[in-house]
Design a protein around this ligand. Structure first.
Ligand code: DGP
Length: 212
């Protein structure tokens, strides 16, 4: 019998919600319970395209807004063969940000509509579960100052949050809202439970295509 496929699990949320910490804890917990799991993150700054994105985020270079949007999307597409291979091998992938960040961050800029922003990512592997770590701007501010990178201002983050809320209305995506104001351990427990359910369901389902 062919091995059962892994699940594609995505964590989304505004900056400071705790996505990276929770991705790492989830992968560790899955591995400890004997389930093959690996973490990925977008943008993946290690590729040639990722390095262009990284320089842009660090404000070392300026790129036209449509151009950078397409680069973020290309950065996801270039990893698709690897994503599919891992899932087919039975490895569950836990991904820190995906196309939803792509759409939320660009559509928060003036002159961009959700529809145009979604187009380049149509057809990407569809996550079996997307958990949105919900944290109010006030609570995010309590977690300390934003860094120096582009997009790290509270005004912009509020606009991004609104765009995520619009995206979460799409019933074709399996969204779960997670209260990220709880303790790290409580958030982890919630995420772990949701993920185990998704892994069990994904085993018997074909991988879908996003926004198709
Ligand atoms: P991180 O490495 O998770 O801190 O993300 C870097 C920053 O890039 C963060 O502010 C969110 C933003 N970002 C992530 N993905 C995309 C994307 O696809 N498009 C745009 N415009 N911004 C993104």
């Amino acid at each position: 019998m062919a091995c059962k496929r892994g699940a594609l699990i995505v964590l989304e949320g505004v900056d400071k919600a705790g996505k990276t910490t929770q991705c790492k804890k989830l992968v560790q917990a899955l591995q400890q319970s004997g389930r093959p799991a690996e973490m990925m993150r977008f943008p993946d700054r290690t590729t040639t395209i990722g390095q262009l994105i990284s320089a842009y985020l660090e404000k070392k270079s300026d790129l036209e807004d449509h151009t950078v949007h397409l680069l973020f999307s290309a950065n996801r597409w270039e990893l698709v063969p690897l994503i599919k291979k891992k899932l087919e091998q039975g490895t569950t992938l836990v991904i820190d940000r995906y196309a939803f960040s792509g759409v939320a961050f660009t559509s928060a800029k003036p002159g961009f509509c959700l529809d145009w922003c979604m187009k380049p990512d149509v057809g990407l592997p569809k996550p079996d579960l997307v958990m949105f770590l919900q944290l109010s701007p006030a609570e995010a501010a309590l977690r300390g100052q934003f860094g120096e990178e582009r997009y790290e201002t509270s005004v912009f983050q509020k606009a991004v949050q609104q765009k995520f809320e619009q995206l979460m209305k799409d019933p074709s995506v399996n969204w779960r809202v997670i209260d990220a104001s709880q303790s790290v351990e409580d958030v982890h427990e919630n995420i772990r439970t949701q993920s185990l359910n998704a892994i069990n369901t994904a085993e018997n389902q074909q991988l879908g295509e996003l926004w198709k």
